[in-house]
Design a protein around this ligand. Structure first.
Ligand code: A2H
Length: 254
């Protein structure tokens, strides 16, 4: 755990249609309520470029009562943290689980990415999702995240092995930020330059992630959205606030 708290934006992806392996137990427990898959991100300004939602296939998730009769799908650890941060209705630190769900069951579930240029995206598996970070749900932005880009390419190569349908991984990376050194698809450029072959190529991915984060933040310019033309440094807090004001995101710290 980091010494300083990390300030994330938790983005709410509404479940539009459950995937083929979601059990009737889960569907019944949810009833007619709205369910949101909640992803923690450090790059809210990239949300226009969401193409998928990742879960760890072996991770345990739960669906929890949030505020306003809504339900949040995330790890129990994240539910507990949110309960202490006043995110849910009810007493501080208390939370109610509606039902358990395993990551692999969620594959192929269709969700609505907040502020996404593509309006419906599918849940896919990512091997490296940590149970100990964020909400355990990761929104995929393969234009700007090397991990997301490489995972998407792995999934496309071996759809059957990953137990996914090819059409779930069909959305291509969407340019949202221009950088002078790496163009408008920085993740793809870096994965090619550093010859990153798989999502398991941890050291090279860490290097790419570091470059992409710094380059995007300090030299990037928005090419889409309300803050098109603005440097990322300035646009980042503005997009974050818009997402929160729209009721599609919330601050989350850990
Ligand atoms: B970021 P830090 Cl475009 N396991 O969001 C693995 N990774 C996780 C996670 C988990 N449980 N929870 C969140 N993350 C990812 C966007 C993004 C992110 C872009 C570029 C870089 C980037 C879209 N994915 O992260 O260890 C989330 O992916 C690289 C810094 O707390 C989250 O932000 O620094 C980031 O890792 C948080 O990582």
């Amino acid at each position: 755990e980091a010494v300083n708290p990390q300030e994330y934006t938790a983005v709410k992806m509404e479940v539009l249609e459950w995937g083929p392996t979601v059990t009737s137990e889960v569907k019944q427990a949810v009833g007619g309520k709205k369910v949101w898959m909640v992803a923690a991100t450090l790059r809210p300004e990239t949300m226009y470029g969401q193409t998928n939602c990742f879960v760890g296939p072996n991770l345990k998730y739960g669906i929890y009562e949030a505020a306003n009769n809504e339900l949040f799908l995330l790890t129990e650890r994240a539910a507990r943290n949110m309960a202490f941060q006043g995110t849910f209705d009810g007493a501080r630190g208390e939370y109610t689980k509606v039902v358990d769900v395993v990551g692999s069951e969620l594959l192929g579930t269709k969700v609505a990415p907040p502020f996404g240029l593509v309006k419906e995206v599918y849940v896919l598996p990512m091997e490296g999702v940590l149970a100990t970070k964020g909400t355990g749900v990761v929104t995929s932005v393969p234009s700007d995240s090397p991990d997301d880009y490489r995972t998407l390419m792995d999934l496309r190569k071996k759809a059957e092995m990953y137990k996914i349908q090819p059409e779930w991984a069909a959305v291509d990376p969407i340019p949202v930020i221009e950088t002078p050194k790496y163009g408008n698809l920085i993740a793809e450029t870096l994965c090619t330059q550093l010859k990153i072959q798989s999502q398991r190529d941890k050291d090279k991915l860490a290097e790419a992630k570091d470059i992409a984060y710094k380059e995007g933040f300090y030299s990037g310019v928005m090419t889409v959205g309300d803050f098109k033309g603005l440097p990322v440094v300035e646009a980042k807090p503005k997009v974050r606030q818009q997402i929160i004001d729209a009721g599609l995101g919330l601050p989350y710290a850990e």
